[in-house]
Design a protein around this ligand. Structure first.
Ligand code: NAD
Length: 257
């Protein structure tokens, strides 16, 4: 594998947003580990008991608590990576949140506080991570986030998260332009519907998933492993000539009108 352009041997990857085995973060951490990377995985403080049994499948990945709204926790995470590994090659931001009352209502009715919170956790935290990762990537690296088709189309019940993901995708392009000269590549991955804890908070998510599965050209849903494999491609030298794009991992659902 080490001669393969998809190898991440000797690389250090940070994957943020592990809640359980169904998490997209789990699929990403597993695939990055299988490609040879040493992996550090974050979870919400207090969620240790849900995630500690998963590390065996992640090459004994190091687990660290991190609430991205807490600047001190974020700083401590990157300080730990700097002292332990002296480098960072890959960051996967797999985090989103909106208060349930705002998430399940109309966008027009979204509260100011709920909107700002969703933006802060799901979007601005990616910038904060990039800023902390930059000094650890002197010869380049890859920053990935998770978006969704609702960023560019009106998807029923996606409401508040639509503009949040649209901002995330736009940020991805601006960050790619700013960081590209340093060899830091930035991408949004856009998975189709996957049954996870976060997606269960969306109204009628099962209908969205069933519809996508029935109509997508490949007649299936993407899995967290599919998303992880895409992360390996984007983060490895196989993806060396790519930056600033949105990669759909959705069995082709996005091409349909
Ligand atoms: N599941 C889907 O259908 C789907 C589709 C497209 C994009 N996504 C995106 O994928 C990403 C991961 O979601 P998932 O579906 O794997 O669900 P998940 O619930 O497994 O992961 C979401 C993670 O966000 C974390 N999080 C929330 N607030 C946080 C905070 N303040 N600080 C740190 N972490 C926080 C949660 O603890 C959780 O680990 C999200 O950005 C989501 O919008 C999901």
């Amino acid at each position: 594998m080490s001669n393969s352009p998809f190898s991440l041997q000797g690389k250090v990857a940070l994957v943020c947003g592990l809640a359980n085995r169904e998490s997209i973060a789990f699929g990403c951490a597993q695939a990055l580990h299988q490609a040879g990377a040493r992996v550090v995985v974050t979870h919400m403080p207090g969620a240790e008991r849900f995630v500690q049994d998963l590390t065996g499948d992640l090459g004994d990945a190091e687990l660290m608590p991190c609430d991205v709204q807490d600047d001190a926790q974020l700083a401590a995470l990157f300080a730990h990576i700097a002292s332990q590994y002296e480098r960072l090659d890959v960051v996967v931001h797999s985090i989103a949140y909106a208060p349930p009352e705002d998430l399940r209502g109309r966008l027009v009715d979204a509260s100011r506080g709920g909107f700002l919170m969703a933006m802060d956790i799901s979007c601005h935290s990616f910038l904060r991570m990039a800023r902390l990762a930059e000094p650890l990537m002197p010869t380049g690296g890859t920053l990935l986030n998770m978006s969704y088709l609702g960023a560019e189309r009106v998807v029923e019940n996606y409401a508040l998260m639509g503009p949040v993901k649209a901002a995330l995708e736009s940020m991805t392009r601006y960050m790619a332009a700013e960081l590209g000269p340093q060899g830091i590549r930035v991408h949004a991955v856009s998975p189709g519907p996957i049954r996870t804890r976060a997606s269960s908070g969306l109204k009628d998510f099962d209908t969205l998933a069933d519809t996508s599965e029935a109509r997508a050209p490949l007649r299936r849903l993407a899995t967290v492993q599919d998303v992880g494999n895409a992360a390996v491609y984007l983060a490895s030298s196989a993806g060396a000539a790519t930056t600033g794009s949105v990669h759909y991992i959705d069995a082709g659902d996005n091409i349909l009108y």
